[in-house]
Design a binder for this molecule. Structure first.
Ligand code: PHB
Length: 390
């Protein structure tokens, strides 16, 4: 009798203890995805939202017993709005994770909120090296400009380019691209004749391109953010730069897969360095591109889309590692050190820096089946952000 009573009590205690846990586990797991859905960076928001939804469609919307709730907010490409929306998501919606961040100023504005509230912030787009230093709660699944620019500083001088003018958008990622490309190019014996910077908002490239023509370098090296590349390519061709013997070299942001097909044959032959091409030759990428295009009426995924897709993977696996319990610090621990195959190739979330380590490719714009693609022709394996090596 006594023994049975004891078992009953123990059983009841176990039930009583388990009840709040069960309740917590059945509560939705909220991801606050703050993106530029309108404004200058709207293509980035469209790509990342589409990729995040594809990831959920393919992997289910329940993870370790928790229903995943994706809350998408449009910051209109303005960092003050990103910050206000992130604050509301933390305080009112009580999100478990923040994600998105279309541009560097948005990530920088949100970083202190992530730190104060101990909310992991998964940066899926913004790419200035220093972003991950702005909060210990930031994890990045996009790339860094130093990561891809150094590769061009190595390739160009080996391929007959001895003098260059650089042209970058005048803010974090542009400054990173200019610095890391120029330093490596000079180290390899190249000469940077002039460094030009254009405003991020509504840039007019014409007067800058005229300067480049006058300087007559072997090549023009360009960084502009995703969405702005087509305007550069158009004006480069219109001003007859290529006919004047000036080559265009760039980071892959310029020959962005989201716009590349509309750029026309003027883009043919342009060599860029980047971490993702929709043409990347792997079974996983073929499947990804096909599913993405099917779900989004022929829209081609770009590197922003891949950053969003992989960001969701990082969040899902972190939640699994906590067995559905979540919690800022536990989730962060589950994000650090993840190694997996992305549509771009093998990647690592470096546990020390919380930044992504990935392959960087040399690519050339070519026509395949009547469509323009960045066709990869060389690779530098497992590149860490050079901005973190100092
Ligand atoms: C950024 O603002 O960090 C950024 C945006 C678009 C890019 C690259 C970097 O293509």
């Amino acid at each position: 009798m006594k023994r049975r009573h004891l078992i009953q009590v123990c059983g009841l205690t176990a039930v009583a203890l388990a009840a709040p846990l069960a309740l917590a586990q059945s509560a939705p797991f909220k991801i606050g995805l703050v993106l530029p859905m309108t404004g200058q960076q709207a293509s980035t928001g469209r790509q990342i939202e589409a990729a995040a939804r594809l990831y959920m469609a393919q992997n289910g919307d329940t993870v370790a017993g928790r229903k995943i709730e994706l809350i998408v907010k449009d910051d209109t490409s303005l960092p003050d709005v990103t910050k206000r929306l992130a604050q509301e998501l933390i305080v009112n919606d009580k999100v478990d994770v923040l994600a998105g961040m279309g541009i560097t100023p948005s990530a920088m504005a949100t970083a202190p909120l992530a730190t104060q509230s101990k909310t992991p912030l998964v940066v899926m787009a913004a790419a200035t090296s220093s972003i991950t230093n702005a909060s210990p709660y930031i994890v990045r699944t996009s790339f860094t400009l130093p990561q891809v620019s150094v590769a061009m500083g190595d390739w160009a001088p080996k391929n007959g380019i001895k003098s260059v003018v650089t042209l970058v958008s005048d803010y974090g990622p542009g400054n990173d691209a200019e610095k890391y490309f120029s330093e490596r190019f000079a180290l390899n014996g190249g000469k940077v004749i002039e460094k030009l910077r254009v405003p991020l908002r509504n840039p007019d490239f014409a007067p800058f391109l005229q300067k480049v023509r006058d300087a007559k370098p072997d090549a023009l090296f360009v960084f502009v953010p995703s969405g702005a590349g087509a305007a550069v390519m158009k004006q480069f061709a219109e001003r007859g730069m290529d006919k004047a013997g000036i080559k265009l070299i760039a980071t892959g942001d310029v020959t962005d897969d989201d716009q590349l097909n509309d750029m026309g044959d003027g883009a043919l032959g342009v060599v860029t360095t980047h971490h993702y091409s929709a043409d990347h030759n792997s079974a996983l990428n073929k499947k990804f591109v096909e599913a993405f295009e099917k779900a989004n009426k022929g829209m081609r995924p770009n590197f922003m889309g891949v950053g969003g897709y992989d960001g969701m993977r990082v969040i899902y696996e972190a939640l699994k590692s906590t067995k559905g319990k979540g919690g800022g610090d536990a989730l962060l621990a589950g994000m650090k050190g993840q190694v997996f195959e992305s549509p771009r190739g093998q990647v690592l979330i470096d546990a020390q820096t919380r930044d992504i380590v990935q392959d960087v490719y040399l690519r050339k714009v070519e026509k395949k089946n009547g469509q323009l693609y960045n066709v990869e022709f060389d690779v530098i394996k497992a590149v860490k952000d050079p901005g973190k090596e100092k």
